[in-house]
Structures are given as C-alpha cells and as structure tokens.
Design a protein around this ligand. Sequence first.
Ligand code: ARG
Length: 461
Amino acid sequence: AGQQMWGGRFAGGPNAVMQAINASIDIDKRLYREDLAGSRAHAAMLADCGILSAEDAAAIAGGLDRIETEIEEGRFRFDPALEDIHMHVEARLTDLIGDAGARLHTARSRNDQVATDFRLWVRGAADAIDGQLRGLVLALLAQAEDHADTLMPGFTHLQTAQPVTLGHHLMAYVEMLSRDRGRLADCRRRVNECPLGAAALAGTGFAIDRFKTSADLGFDRPMGNSLDAVSSRDFALEFLGCLTILATHLSRFAEELVIWASAPFHFIRLSDRFSTGSSIMPQKRNPDAAELVRAKVGGVAGSLHQLTLVMKGLPLAYSKDMQEDKAPVFRAVDDVTLCLAAIVGMVEDLQPDRDAMAAAAAQGFSTATDLADWLVRELGLPFRQAHHVTGTVVRIAEEKNLPLDALPLEDMQAVEPRITGDVFSVLSPAASAASRTSYGGTAPANVRAAIGAAREHLARE
Ligand code: ARG
C-alpha cells in the first residue's frame, strides 16, 4: 500500500477491479505535453516565490525534459497502478531526481493540475481545428471562384426552386464555417483561463504567484475562484458544442456531395482518392468518405451529450466523475479532425459537371418566379395575381412537356393577353441568376464580391 502515491493512510492495496475502474492512464496519457508544461511552470513559480530552492527547480526542469524524451521515444513505462498521467510523471520524476521530485506537488493538487492540462489541450485542439477550417474555407473559395457563373438548381424541399450558381452555394458553406471559426474563437477565450494554484479546492497557504504560472502557460488570467477552477468543465462542454455545430455543417455538405455524385444527379465527380468501389458491382464509385462525414456527427453530438450527463448534478468541487471528461472530447476532436481533412480533400478534387448542372437548372420550371416577377414589374399585376397566372402557364407547359422558355408566346397570352415577347429575356436560368443582385443574392457579380470580401477578411487575420 505504501507504494501507492496516496498510500500513507492505507493498510491494504486496491482490489484489481478498483484499479481497473480508477485508472485513466490509457486515455489521459494524451495530456503528457500539457502536464509537463504545467509542471515546468509550477516549479519555476515555486522557485521564484522562494518556496522551492533554485537547485531543486533546476533538477525538476531537467527531469521533466528527460521524461518528455522518454515518452516521445516510446521508452516510458506506463503502469495502471499509477492511475493517471500526473502520477506517472511525478513518480518517474522522483525516480530520476529523488526528493526534489517529491517536492513538486507543493501547493498543487491533481485537481487543479488536470483542469490546467485539459484546458491547455483543448486550447491546442481548438487552434488546430481552426487551422483546418481556414484551409477548408480557402479550398471552398477557390472552387467558388471557378464556379461563380456555373448554374445549378437551387432547392427547397429538395425540389427545384430557382437557379443559383455553384459558387453561391459553396459560399453559403464559407459563411457557416466562418461562424464556426467565430464560435471557436469565442469559446477559446473562456477556455484560456488558468486553474493552476486553486490546489485541491480551497487555494493554498503557500505564497504562490498564480499570475506568473498563468502568464507562463499563455493563459489570459488565473481563474478567480478556486472551487470553480477545479470543478468547472463548461469550457469542454462549450467546445463540444462548437464541434457539434461544426460537424452538422460538415454533414450537410457531405450529404449534398453524396446526392450530387449520384448517377441521376451527376452534378459532380468525386476523385478516385475519395471514392471506393463495390465488391460486386464493377461500375460503382461510392462516396464513402462523404457518407462517413455525414455519419460521424452522431459521435460528436454524442460526446456533447455524454459529458453533459456526466456533469449534470455534480456537487462542488471535484468529483471523480470528472475523470470521464476527456474521452468524449478526445473522440470528438479526432472525428472532427478526420472529417475536416476528408472534406478538404473532396473539395480540392471536386469536378463539377457544368453541363449537367446547367441542364438541371433549366428543369422543373425553375424560372417560374422570374415570370411572376416580370408580370409584377411590366404589367403592374399584384404579386399574388401574378403567382396565379404563372401557375396556370406552368400547368400548360407541363401538359405540353416544354420548359417555360420554349413555350409559345400564344400559350402564355391565352392566360394573360398582355404578355409580350420581352418575357423571354427573363426565362433563362442564366438571366434569372444574373438578375438576383440584391445584397447576398446569387448573381455572379455578388458571388465574386463575396469571395473578394472573404479573402480580404482572411488576409487581415
Ligand atoms: N485523473 C484525474 C482526472 O482526470 C485527476 C484528478 C484526480 N484527483 C483526485 N483527487 N483523485 O480527473
């Protein structure tokens, strides 16, 4: 029992099941860099404040460097009896440098330590995901620029609605992903506060300098309440919330890729790199990567739900339940990281079929609204009446199996005698899209302006 780091109070060692349920090292070893950084900052601060000798602090710094090398070279021995990454590092440090290592835990608890490590890790993950998002935005901007004029049907209810351009459609995702980046940046501000020095829950009687450790670790400030510092995980919940929303955006885009790549649509071709074959049907090019991105949002949203239920109803301050906070966050970050990489690859390789998209944009009487608008503008019809006239014209066109811009003028005049040949100038999908010049509309000129604005914004970051 004496071998256990907290063994002084115990006569017997833990049962094997106790150890199995208690150990978190398999999961929290991923925090080793953050744990070492936190310990370096803590030791340096203790020395600064005269709580630790300069020699001890130097020995600790050297030992921590050595442990980092051992872990990175795969030579570090992990042992479930040592529970978690914090005890592993401290035990090895004491192996290496003796008493100085055993002094490191002065004015510190694993409770403030793990909260600090985890915040550092989440901060790094948020930055990495933001970098990936930026790359995805750039990939979308490049495609949007190439396809600012490429016509496609815009849908509501997945029914052909009005012509839009592919560039405009892709820029909708640029907007969504830019908000995702904004959400992450906002979340990061609340992540970036330092719990270290809160100790177990009440603070410490040692004259420590929490502002120094906070600054050393790149935090904006030390957290203001020791109980809150060790027991809050809303930073992780908020981060998972950001990832869940982001993953829903990726899943919607992935779903569109799946639909667009299908034979009946044939809007795009996914590259060989991001398609798979069928073991029985030789002709198949399956969009598995897109389907998996569509699906993985389930795991990400599940992680948010999982941690929410872990935290619900926990009394202050630390409870061991909170050890279950890391697995869902790691899982969500791994999934989102992979999904972003897959989506970036698919966007970069995307080969839209301009002709197929333009043909589809002309189907389904997609310019019916343009006819109604013409009746309002040129004949002064109230919109509701124009809607009715146009509906009748569409019914005739459907009976004759003709698109609106191929319907003889006499057929339209049979419904509304004042219609003139000028109407045909608004009935092509290209004219329709080009006319949508209202702010945020699909006109190619607007799309180019939006791309320019987005690029400028990225350049200013
Ligand atoms: N492994 C623990 C966790 O991840 C570290 C904190 C443990 N604190 C304690 N008093 N048992 O939450």
